[in-house]
Design a protein around this ligand. Sequence first.
Ligand code: HEC
Length: 334
Amino acid sequence: MSGKLKVAALSVAAVMTIAGGMRSVANAESMPPQEAPPAADAAAESPCHPLMSQSPARIAGVLNGVERYGSTYVLVVPQRLAESIPNAKAPGVKDLKVAVEGGSSAAAAARAVGITQITEYADESSAPFRALQDANDGKVDAAVMWAPLAGLGILELGLDGVVNVIAIDRPHAVPAAYTAAGINEPCAAAIREELDVSGVLPAELLVPVEIRPLLTRRVPPANIEEAHRGEAVFNQVCARCHGQDAVADPKGLAPVDLRYSIRRFSFPGFNYIVLNGRPERSMPPLRGTVTDEQIRFIYQYLKARSNKVLTSDLDNKPPASAQQNQTPEKGTNQ
Ligand code: HEC
């Protein structure tokens, strides 16, 4: 993208370096200097750094590769306002003067949380971080932006820890200038991590799951190809709690064995649990993490595992705590 942007990024990074330097002087006793690299170096080492010089199509692809935050818009507040604006429901939110990028749903998302003083910039994709920069420079109080773009801007401008990022409103569409198929690469993962550690809640999670529309979802006819695709998604998303290949580890995060418990669930019920989680039993809501199609694939997979259409080498391994389980196992083996 434009040289102008890079120059602007550098000058902000330079200011941050000075601020960072002052901070490390103040903390000199407690913090060895090598543990607090200047912000400029951090930006240069970011896996996103070369991104801004690439084609708009590639930038759009990477931003759409940021998992879970594709329909999230955020309020970016400089640290000086962090105390008065801890979340989007704070009374002070309504008095903020915010800047938003045109051509996106940012203005609508801002209005939805009661913000009225909105400056909408022309849709000028050569300066995608202008709202962010103006908020940081104090020209406006805050910026409302599409979350992946805000995450990239924070990494590029070295604003990590200098601004607070707050999810607002319900899911909204990707800005027109950035619609593209997602590309999964290290920069997309870095942006997601930046949003994760900022405590941003994906907008999908702000919308409660309604069970009624799920009731019309029909059990899909068994399909081994879908089951294989479900295996990949399962091992990527569910296995860390429910065990590799759906073989429950009795000492794991989720001791229930889905190869058996899948038989109890109706298809709508299964969809509901995956989308909504079981917060009271530490299963997180996974809406925004898996698509409806992926939930169907996982269902196919668990059914196939349950019917032994698909098997795993792990099936024959005695569970880690076999000795504790001996009594129930004897019962089922007879
Ligand atoms: C962070 C850990 C975690 C992840 C990730 C996770 N779960 Fe769970 N899940 C749990 C816990 C904990 C329970 C509750 C166990 C209990 O009821 O004792 C649970 C319960 C369930 C149940 C209800 C089981 C029953 O018999 O009541 C289903 C179905 C389920 N999970 C499916 C999934 C699927 C499918 C995925 C992946 C898309 C997934 N879970 C991802 C932790 C997780």
